[in-house]
Design a protein around this ligand. Sequence first.
Ligand code: ZN
Length: 123
Amino acid sequence: MIVFQCEECGTQLQALDENAGKKARCQCGAVMPVPPLSSPSPAAFDPAPYQPSDPLPTLDEYPPVAPSGSSGPSVGSMMWGFCLMAGGVLWFVASLANGRTSASAIVLFIIGLFRVIGAFNKE
Ligand SMILES: [Zn+2]
């Protein structure tokens, strides 16, 4: 269906597609050629009305983040064990740098190791 306006009175006229290019007579008596298949009105090309995006999820939907360092005494014990292990390693390396091995450093490392293992076993 071709929709066009009368050149004389502005009345909206309709013509079949196969009548494009033929003469059309308006109700006002004006005769004019039927334009080729009219392109769809610009409104038809408009994208869908803009939809605002979904509201951002509220913070309530996220699980609360557990505050670090307050998960129980075992974590603190484990940290102490790691500190002892690190201290033992540093001590041992420092002793090696001086050309000797330090049994005390090894003992310190082992104590730290057992603290860590004990903390794990408490879980
Ligand atoms: Zn007319």
